[in-house]
Design a protein around this ligand. Structure first.
Ligand SMILES: NC(=O)C1=CN([C@@H]2O[C@H](COP(=O)(O)OP(=O)(O)OC[C@H]3O[C@@H](n4cnc5c(N)ncnc54)[C@H](OP(=O)(O)O)[C@@H]3O)[C@@H](O)[C@H]2O)C=CC1
Ligand SMILES: O=C(O)C1=N[C@H](C(=O)O)C[C@H](O)C1
Length: 247
């Protein structure tokens, strides 16, 4: 079998450039197109799989263009709400052979951090999420923090837990972070950081902190390559890396 032909959209960005390097270095993949902002997408028609790292306001148009042409997609771009995922499902209904993988975080450690947090959620009265990123990041909170909060919230609800206790009354706006699915999320932006997250749980007399750090964008590449290799045999929408890792 020949190498899988891969195109990258957002190829001049931080993640896109890293993906270009990773695909180029993989013996079983062939890089056939690198698309930057303003470039026509036509060069992608030679690809079988398209890796997409752009911006929340660009990703849907790119995914639609690929699906309509029968190209599989792996995207890590943030901003996918349930409504946006449903939109993609709608396009895929007309292209049942095509696979689209939407992966909020490709780092194995981050995937496990979310899984461990979901497991811990039912046992602790308090929980807060602190996500910390480089200052060029355009969105806050991070997609990872959003997903973590939603998964913790669902786990708490199915365990019959109410809102975390909080007697704060004298609020300065923002001091307690943003509530995502009822879970406080705090976003830190600082030079020197790449992508980091702490989930802090509390119960009487103890805390549990689950922390993940991506110190370098190479940390995302094994997950990107895994998704590229698997998406061709997974028609429909795959959300997150968990199903590809059999977690
Ligand atoms: N899932 C994961 O594991 C990870 C996800 N991310 C997410 O990936 C996305 C990209 O992050 P990052 O690489 O740091 O961002 P960058 O800003 O470094 O790169 C984005 C690139 O996309 C290009 N771009 C924007 N719009 C288009 C378009 N319509 N067509 C083609 N290219 C376009 C930009 O070009 P120009 O500069 O010319 O506008 C830029 O080069 C973000 O949403 C981020 O949160 C990041 C890290 C890990
Ligand atoms: O923009 C980033 O850098 C990252 N974005 C993703 C997110 O918002 O969760 C994944 C990772 O945190 C890096």
């Amino acid at each position: 079998m020949g190498a899988t032909r891969v195109g990258v959209i957002g190829a001049r960005g931080r993640m896109g450039a890293e993906a270009v390097r990773a695909v180029t270095a993989a013996d079983d993949l062939e890089l056939v197109a690198q698309i930057g902002s303003g470039d026509p997408l036509d060069a992608l028609t030679d690809a079988q799989v398209v890796v997409e790292f752009t911006r929340p306001d660009a990703v849907l148009d790119n995914v639609r263009w690929c699906v309509e042409r029968g190209l599989h997609v792996v995207t890590g771009t943030t901003g996918f709400t349930e409504e946006r995922l449903d939109t993609v499902r709608g396009w895929l209904a007309s292209a049942p052979e095509v696979g689209v993988a939407v992966v909020p975080n490709f780092a194995l450690g981050a995937v496990l951090m979310m899984r461990f947090a979901e497991t811990a959620a039912r046992y602790f009265e308090s929980v807060e999420i602190v996500e910390l990123h480089h200052p060029q990041k355009v969105d806050a909170p991070s997609g990872t923090a959003r997903l973590t909060a939603e998964r913790i919230s669902a786990a708490r609800a199915s365990a019959g837990l109410g809102a975390p206790p909080d007697a704060t009354t004298d609020l300065v706006a923002g001091a307690r972070g943003a509530a995502i699915a009822g879970i406080p999320v705090h976003s830190v932006r600082a030079r020197g950081l790449v992508a980091h997250q702490e989930v802090l749980f509390g119960a009487a007399g103890e805390t549990l902190t689950i922390r993940h750090d991506s110190f370098d964008r190479t940390s995302f590449m094994p997950g990107v390559l895994l998704a590229v290799r698997k998406v061709t045999n997974r028609p429909g929408l795959t959300v997150g890396l968990d199903p590809l890792l059999d977690l």
